[in-house]
Each structure stands twice: as C-alpha cells, then as structure tokens.
Design a protein. Structure first.
Length: 277
C-alpha cells in the first residue's frame, strides 16, 4: 500500500512539472549568414542609421540663410534651415506694380494677350484714381480705337469677354472683328455725370464703355443704330449677354436713357452676382 501511494506521488509531481513549457533558448548574438561569410545580428531592433553631417554654406544664398543647429546629439531634428522673412515693404511695393506677362509675350497683367503700357498710379480728388494703372491698347488681337486707362482686373475681364464672347459671336462677319470703339475709359466723375450721384466705376479705373465693333472690311456694328435690328442686332444682344459674367455690371440700351448708344462694362463686385440690364 505504501508503494502505491509513493508511486502516485511521483506521477503527480511529474504531471505538474509538465504544465510549464520548456523555456526557449536565449538568442545568440551572432549567426553565420546563408552565404557563410558574414556574421549578422539577430536583434529585432533596426540598426540606427548615421545622421548626415551638417552641410556648410557654399554659396552666398545659403550663407544668407539663418543657420541653426539642425540635429541634437541623438540625431533628432530640432529645426531646419529657414529663409529669412521678406521685408514688410516688399509686398506693398509689388502690389502697386502692374503684373507683366509670365510667358515672355510682353503683355500686361500676367497675359501676353493684353497689350499696352504700365503707367504710374493715377491720382485724383476724393475716391478717384487707379493705384495699379495700365493703359490698354489691344486685347486678344482686337485693337481699341484709343488706349484706355484701367486696372488689371478690368483689363483681364475685357480680354476674357473679347476672347470668349466677341470673337466667337462676330465670327467671319465682315472679315471678323478687328477693333472696339471706346466711348469712355477712366474719368473722375459721378455716375452718368449726374450731380449728387455716387462715384462712377469709371473714376476708379474699373469701367469701359464700348459703342461699336469695327470689322475687317471697314464696316461697323454700332449700339446706337443696330440694337434690335436684324442680324447685327442679334449679335449685339449676344455680346451684351456674354459680357455678363466677366464683368460685374453690364448696361445697354434697354437699361436707361444714358446707355442708348453704348455698352457700359465695369468690374464692380456684387454679392448677388453680376448686374446686367
């Protein structure tokens, strides 16, 4: 009986020991690669890469930068090279300079299709004047009968209208459109030159009045004589409609008695969108 109890105790102790798995062997520091030539580490941690050495200033441009330590002793980036801030006077000065063409075409306001001259700021009494004035003589290949002073927003709006509205609408009629009859450009006056009225957009360089379209064969399509008359009248109405969008205000013969002989086009900004009458 004693032997049976002793044997049972031995078996119980052995079963209890088997519950715990055998510990894995500690990883070796080095093993031989499959090529049998190079010992590599078996650690699961990636090897820390060496950080590049600080570059030295080799040009005057790099020397003008603010040099600060870029890495601490652990290799952590603290601050990168940063160019110096532009002088506060640079941005206002740049904003007063009319933008010239970026494609080398010799144009104005960032477009080679706008031809003319950058001029000094136009000054006048009260609200009159054009801070970033240009004198435009041609847009998208169509000549203005006389150069008109305006700002770049108005010049680009005129260019957009001629390119997307005037030229496609006139097409080959009379050989195509070659000129715009300018009735008015910059003028320091009130709206419709009426006493007590608000300052006109003309007084800010934001408006131009067009009274006729000159064609290559020497003929003209005029607002006064051709509005609502035949094929030319239909083209004029299309021109009036296509100007509504590039310009903030478009007024024609149907608007009032002051615009019976021309289109008034200006770049006034309205929250409700373009005002076209």
């Amino acid at each position: 009986m004693k032997w049976i109890v002793f044997a049972a105790a031995i078996l119980a102790s052995g079963a209890q020991a088997d519950i715990h798995p055998t510990p894995r062997p500690a990883p070796q520091d080095d093993v031989v690669s499959s090529r049998g030539a190079t010992a590599i580490q078996t650690s699961t941690r990636p090897v820390e890469r060496m950080m590049p050495q600080d570059r030295q200033a080799v040009t005057s441009t790099e020397a003008s930068r603010t040099q600060v330590p870029r890495n601490d002793s652990s290799g952590t980036v603290q601050m990168s090279d940063r160019p110096r801030f532009r002088p506060d006077t640079l941005i206002p000065a740049a904003s007063r300079t009319p933008r010239r063409s970026r494609d080398g075409g010799g144009g104005l306001c960032g477009r080679s299709s706008i031809q003319g001259t950058a001029i000094a700021p136009v000054t006048g009494p009260g609200a009159c004047g054009i801070p970033d004035a240009v004198r435009v003589s041609r847009v998208s290949g169509v000549q203005l009968t006389r150069p008109a002073r305006m700002d770049c927003d108005t010049a680009t709006a005129l260019d957009d209208w001629v390119r997307t509205g005037l030229l496609p609408t006139i097409g080959r009629t009379g050989g195509g459109a070659v000129g715009l009859q300018v009735a008015a450009g910059y003028a320091c006056r009130s709206r419709n030159s009426q006493a007590g009225a608000r300052v006109s957009e003309h007084a800010k360089g934001r408006a131009i009045d067009i009274s006729a379209i000159q064609l290559a064969n020497g003929s003209r399509i005029t607002v006064l004589t051709d509005w609502n008359r035949g094929a030319n009248g239909r083209m004029l109405r299309t021109l009036w409609r296509t100007a509504c969008g590039p310009f903030g205000t478009v007024l024609g013969p149907d608007s009032d008695r002051y615009h019976l002989d021309h289109f008034h086009l200006d770049t006034a900004d309205y929250r409700s969108g373009s005002y076209c009458r």
